[in-house]
Design a protein around this ligand. Sequence first.
Ligand code: RIB
Length: 311
Amino acid sequence: MGRVFVAGSINMDVVATAERHPRVGETVAGEAVLYFPGGKGANQAVASAKQGVPTTLIGRLGTDAFGQELRTFLAAQGVDLAFVKDTAGTHSGTAIITIANADNTIVVVPGANAQVDANDVAAPVLAKGDVAVSQFEIPLPTISAFFRRARAAGATTVLNPAPAKQVDKDLLDLVDILILNETELGVLTGAELSDSDTPARFAEAARSLARGKIVCVTLGRRGVLALVENQPLLVAGREVKAVDTTGAGDCFVGALASQLANGRPLRDALTYANIAASICVQRMGAAPSMPTAQEVGAVLSASRPGEGRDP
Ligand code: RIB
């Protein structure tokens, strides 16, 4: 069995729930303030570790109360924190999140996450069969350094380019599997996309990013469209009642990485990750919502996974 290494952000999510989102310049009365461990890197690491796969997180925390709380939580989820450094002189990453009608808006203040550097990602020793995962809440040159090391070790590299920003070809060329949603696909390709577009339209946009890699476009309740050697594979989603979609994409990425590290074929891994994300959205919070392997297994054995077909 391979291991999963996640280089990424660790945040405390400060969540306000309200009946609706305020418009710009408007104040609305909220309902509750909640504190959840989050950050795309931490969420993905928790999602992987909870599938029973050895998972190491590489990142940074501030030396503040949030940092201590996040470290305690992540350790309790079974995430290896040997390469998570406490960093003096800065605060732990913090996300200010508003949730209304299951939809969120997020402002992330990186704090210590902005200081994750090439030396941090040089410390762990990766091997063939491992899976190296990253996202865009740590500096991009750090991700490049991480993926170069992973590639040299024979590990599979997985990039989730979220939150979306322009990325140069050199970094994309270090990626084996790119996982992104339709918004991120639009930013990276310059294509005008909307969530009601057909899978064929997403496949067409994803083709320009493929260049030898697998591209997976997550489509929320519609499932996921993967482009493998330029051939589209659609894995259907699961209809559930969402209460909070925060971290659902991270759940998908972490669960998929865990299954690839276990040697599962891509199609099975996509089905598994879809189910994991569908469980995640039925709970409040990001990292605490990640399902266990038993929970995913129960749905998997009770359901008939969607059939792959051309869009
Ligand atoms: O993807 C969800 C995550 O984005 C939240 O947990 C928040 O911390 C932001 O990083």
